[in-house]
Structures are given as structure tokens and as C-alpha cells.
Design a protein around this ligand. Structure first.
Ligand code: ADP
Ligand code: MG
Length: 449
């Protein structure tokens, strides 16, 4: 297939000469007399050959617009008012090469071939990096379960876009990790990734943290300070615990999301930024919507690409590989020689319901490694945090008057089935049982044959 070169030159005669020369060298040619016309044709060009001085637009500005549309395409600048400085400026602005007018057709062809070669090399380099990125970045995120595989695929799909992603899932499921993966699978990976933990900040502080302030904006504002959004310009902002953002600030976030603009505290200068947003929450935002504590318009702006990371107990197939991963990672740090886990240890880990998810698993493995004496982690080395009993046992939380343990258990099982709309897998989950264990109890209750 022939490569297509876009020639942008306002001088008709030169445009025609360039066209003929390039066509006879085996290229397809698009021609434009102005930057505006040229921009419409950039997308299909393998290379751009443009005059530095165009009507209504200088070459640098044009270059910036080309780059915005197509970051890869090589651009060769032709400059007549032959100062080398302008050509150097063009190179700094991202031109691939330049030609000082007048130039010979032979020199033109040399420059064109070189620029196309640069493009091919860049493309090859990009592909190599992408492959490495895939192996490396997902290497440290373990997940064989279908649910995690889907999430990895989604990260690869949406990472390169600027779409806002809303990560949901219980605490410890890996939201931070996935937020990072999204950033590192985006063209912004070499730009800042700024994380803001919304629950850690009181309202008045949050506003100045996010948007910055001018000197004198409030008592104690002795200097001007840019906020996190400004720090993240051209990069990614990760808003953690978005469900905790106070309503007053939700309005301002909405504006950033919609218009990509804001003002520093105490300033009336509107600032524009280019950020990609990833938000995370372990709360049910829909419930917050109903209660009116979370703005609906903000929710829809955030929920462009929703990614739910299921709790670990719903993807138990991930437990053994996660456990092995943490043993390999943590054994050297804890200075012990454990290399693997026994089958019994694995069974114990898989059977547990992990209310603290992957974070809890990591902690448990770390503690177990410290306890372990042999070369393998055994069931006895593993000390699970006992089932959470937030209220503890006391008078009001013992058996209700007059009920036996069996009757009480039956009531709770029925309640779980009711809450799960009769779905046994879900009811079992609510009870921290396997589906089989629930079946067994139901059979005993005479509710299932
Ligand atoms: N799939 C996974 N593979 C490897 N490590 C994980 C995975 N998911 C979570 N972790 C680890 O578990 C801990 C908690 O994860 P994190 O991303 O902070 O969870 P969250 O933000 O949802 O609370 C971190 O140390 C993280 O590295
Ligand atoms: Mg987190």
C-alpha cells in the first residue's frame, strides 16, 4: 500500500512541485493551502510536510494542533525566512525534521525517507513497550477468576481513553491497584498520578487541597498554593472514597468533570486542566443517591465506565495464587525460608470468608510467615482473624428469649433466603457458608430434599 503524505503549503507553485515529486517517488499526496484544511486530512497521513508560515496560523501553533490529533505522525517543517533559529524552535515544538528553502528535490526525498523511518521505529518501540507493559503490570495483579480477567480486559480497553472510571468494591479488594493499572495503561503513564483520599479530609481542607488557594484566601494562607488537580494536569487524578465527598465540593467536582475548569480559593481566575479521573468507593453510591447525600448528576458523570471488583469470597479460585504470590513476595522480607504452602493450609485459606479481602489475606500470610517453622506454610501456622463480631456477645445479643440455638439458626437461614430473594448461592454468601453447607442445613430443616 502506498504511503500518504500531506503537503500543507500556501504557495501554489511549490505545492504543485512537491506533489509531483512525491507522487513520482511512489507516494499518495493530499494537498492543503491552509492549516485548517490540513487538519482535516491529518488523520490519514503517514507524514506531514508543512510550511512554517501559513495564513492565519504560525507553524508552531499548527504543529501543536496536529500533535493533539495525531501524536505519532512525523511532521517536517519547511521554512523560507531561513533563520536556523526558527527551524530549531520547530524541532523543539516536536517537528521531526526541517527543510530550509530553497532545497533540492534530492534533499527533500532524503528528509522524507528519514522521517518515515523514524515513524516506523517509534511504532515498533511503542508495540514493544506495550507488550512489556502487559506482562509487567498485570504480573503483580493476580486474578485467574473470570471476574478479574474481565477487569484486566476492561483496563486494557479503557486505559488508553480519557473515560472516567468508577471502581466499586469492598475495602481491600484491589481498587487502588486497578486505579494504578488504568493510569499505567494510558498515554498519561509518564505524567503524574495524583491520589486524593476524600475521607481523610475535613470539608474546608478538602477544597483547598483539591483546587489550591491564593495568598490571603483565608487566615493562614500565607502563600499561594496550587491544588491536586493542578498538580495532576495532563495526568490522572485518583479520587479515593468518593462517597465521602461533602455536597458542597461535589458541585465543584462536577464542574471539573464537565468543563475541566475550576478556580483556586480566593481567586477569580478560571483555570483549565486536562486530567483523567478515576474514582473509587466501597459504599453503595446508589443508596447515597436515594438518601440525597450524593448528587445524581455527579454520579452519572463518574459512572461512565463502572468496574466492580467482587469480594474475595466470591472469587475463591484466586485465593491459592494470591497466597502463593504473597508467600513469594513476603518471605524474603520477613526473613524466613518458607517457599510454599501445604495443601491443608490452602484448604484453610480457601474456606475462610475474608471480610477484609485481599488486604486481609496479605496480612494473614505475613503473620503466618513469621510463625512458620518449617519450609512450608502449614495449616497450623495460619492464624485467621476470627469471624468478625462487631457487636460482641452481651445480654442483648444472646439468644432471643425462649429460642433454642436450632430454632434461632433456622430463623436466620430463612431471613437470609428472604434477603437473597430465594437465591441460595447469595443466601449462603450472606451467611458465610458454602452453597453445599447451606443445602445441608436446609435438608436438615426439611426445606430441601
Ligand atoms: N489482585 C491482586 N493481586 C495482588 N495483590 C493484590 C490484589 N488485590 C489487592 N492486592 C493487594 O492487597 C492490598 C489491598 O489492595 P488495595 O488496592 O489497597 O485495595 P482497596 O483500594 O480496594 O482497599 C494491597 O497491598 C494490594 O497490593
Ligand atoms: Mg484503597
Amino acid at each position: 500500500m502506498k504511503k500518504r503524505i500531506l503537503v500543507v503549503e500556501d504557495e501554489e507553485k511549490l505545492r504543485r512541485v512537491l506533489e509531483l515529486q512525491l507522487m513520482s517517488a511512489g507516494f499518495d499526496v493530499d494537498k492543503a493551502a491552509t492549516a485548517e484544511e490540513g487538519l482535516k486530512l491529518v488523520d490519514r497521513a503517514a507524514m506531514v510536510l508543512t510550511d512554517l508560515k501559513l495564513p492565519r496560523m504560525d507553524g508552531q501553533e499548527f504543529l501543536a494542533l496536529i500533535r493533539r490529533q495525531n501524536a505519532q505522525v512525523p511532521v517536517v517543517m519547511m521554512t523560507a525566512y531561513g533563520s536556523v533559529e526558527t527551524a530549531v524552535e520547530a524541532m523543539k515544538a516536536g517537528a521531526t525534521d526541517f527543510l530550509l528553502k530553497p532545497f533540492s528535490l534530492e534533499h527533500l526525498m532524503q528528509v522524507v525517507h528519514k522521517a518515515l523511518e523514524v515513524r516506523a521505529l517509534r511504532e515498533e518501540n511503542r508495540q514493544l513497550k506495550e507488550e512489556l507493559g502487559r506482562r509487567y503490570e498485570f504480573d503483580n495483579i493476580i486474578g485467574r477468576s473470570a471476574a478479574m480477567q474481565e477487569i484486566f480486559a476492561a483496563v486494557e480497553r479503557v486505559g488508553p481513553t480519557r473515560a472516567t472510571v468508577l471502581l466499586t468494591g469492598e475495602s481491600g479488594v484491589g481498587k487502588d491497584l486497578i486505579a494504578r493499572a488504568i493510569h499505567f495503561h494510558s498515554p498519561r503513564k509518564d505524567r503524574p498520578l495524583v491520589k486524593i483520599n476524600c475521607s481523610a479530609l475535613p470539608e474546608n481542607l478538602m477544597e483547598s487541597e483539591l483546587f489550591g488557594y491564593e495568598k490571603g484566601a483565608f487566615t493562614g494562607a500565607q502563600t499561594t498554593k496550587p491544588g491536586k488537580f493542578e498538580q495532576a494536569d495532563t495526568g490522572t487524578v485518583f479520587l479515593d472514597e468518593i462517597g465521602d465527598v461533602p455536597t458542597a465540593i461535589q458541585v465543584k467536582l462536577l464542574r471539573v468533570l464537565q468543563e475541566r475548569e475550576f478556580e483556586r480559593l480566593g481567586s477569580n481566575v478560571t483555570r483549565h486542566i486536562d486530567v483523567r479521573l478515576v474514582a473509587a468507593t466501597n459504599q453503595d453510591l446508589r443508596a447515597a443517591l436515594e438518601q440525597g447525600t450524593f448528587r445524581e448528576d455527579l454520579y452519572y458523570r463518574l459512572n461512565v465506565v463502572p468496574l466492580n471488583i467482587p469480594p474475595l469470597r466470591e472469587r475463591k479460585v484466586d485465593i491459592p495464587s494470591l497466597a502463593n504470590h504473597f508467600v513469594t513476595k513476603l518471605a524474603p522480607e520477613t526473613g524466613c525460608r518458607v517457599e510454599a504452602s501445604t495443601e491443608a493450609a490452602m484448604e484453610k485459606l480457601v474456606a475462610y470468608h475474608w471480610p477484609g479481602n485481599v488486604r486481609e489475606l496479605e496480612n494473614v500470610i505475613e503473620r503466618s510467615l513469621v510463625m512458620a517453622t518449617g519450609a512450608q506454610l502449614d495449616a497450623g501456622d495460619i492464624k485467621l482473624e476470627s469471624a468478625p463480631r462487631p457487636r460482641g456477645l452481651n445480654d442483648s445479643h444472646f439468644l432471643p428469649e425462649g429460642l433454642s440455638l436450632d430454632q434461632y439458626e433456622q430463623d436466620i437461614i430463612k431471613e437470609a433466603l428472604r434477603r437473597a430473594d430465594g437465591n441460595k448461592s447469595q443466601a449462603a454468601r450472606l451467611l458465610g457458608l458454602t452453597r453445599n453447607a447451606l443445602r445441608y442445613r436446609l435438608t436438615q430443616m426439611g426445606l430441601e430434599s
